[in-house]
Design a protein around this ligand. Structure first.
Ligand code: A5P
Length: 225
């Protein structure tokens, strides 16, 4: 078993094995998270009782279709466990790049409110250093995005406004995303601080110190970081 979807499923199902009865879950976004939702739904059909907070409208719709009860921060300030994917994982530190699907802000809010964050990925997401082929998404306020983009570029990355056809891509929060190509992110904490200091930047896709464990789907089985 080594096609990407099978490896994502392997990791997602291992992550869902950590779900216990009565938990409030963070429901991640993306294709790996969708596989986790399917596994959660199967366990609910066998009697598991859980409720989830969705990290995107797309995930909320999928959870609804699968029969996973949804809840919100109006009822729960803390979550027991979040299961989510990632676009890139720095192997030694478990620092992540997220937001390839555009859900980074809600994903970060949910992760930060969770006691445990389990990240499920296939092995292609692992890297010794972040960056390179994977751009760093930065969510920005739509007002003045051109000026915000210039300030982001001045930090030293090649920037591009994410588009959806001919229009800017709009996040669930109504914001835009600037994708930043960086050859190698040597100092994620410093980069995150520099980006977050720019007026108009709402959140970066750098998830530092948030992943409790990363479950990696490999052809020979799962690896836990
Ligand atoms: C969504 O905004 C992202 O953070 C996803 O978690 C990430 O893109 C992983 O997606 P896949 O599981 O589809 O690879």
């Amino acid at each position: 078993m080594n096609d990407t979807t099978s490896l994502k499923r392997l990791a997602a199902e291992e992550a869902v094995a950590e779900v216990e009865d009565g938990m409030v879950l963070g429901l991640g976004s993306g294709s790996t998270s969708a596989l986790a939702l399917e596994a959660i739904a199967r366990r609910i059909r066998s009697g598991l009782r859980v409720a989830g907070i969705a990290t995107s409208e797309r995930t909320a719709g999928l959870a609804d279709r699968l029969g996973i009860p949804l809840t919100g921060f109006d009822r729960h300030r803390r979550l027991d466990l979040t299961i989510d994917g990632a676009d890139q994982v720095e192997r030694a530190t478990r620092t992540l790049i997220k937001g390839g699907g555009g859900a980074l802000l809600r994903e970060k809010i949910v992760a930060a409110a969770s006691d445990r964050v389990v990240i499920a990925v296939d092995q292609s997401k692992l890297a010794d250093r972040l960056g390179g082929a994977v751009a760093l998404p930065v969510e920005v306020v739509s007002f003045g995005w051109q000026a915000t983009q210039e300030k982001i570029a001045a930090i030293g990355c090649a920037t591009a406004l994410r588009t959806d056809g001919a229009r800017p891509f709009v996040t669930d929060g109504g914001n835009y995303i600037i994708d930043c190509a960086i050859a190698e992110i040597a100092d994620p904490l410093g980069l995150d601080a520099a980006l977050c200091a720019i007026p108009g930047v709402i959140a970066t896709g750098l998830f530092i110190g948030l992943a409790t464990v990363v479950i990696v789907g490999c052809p020979g089985g799962v690896e836990r970081l």
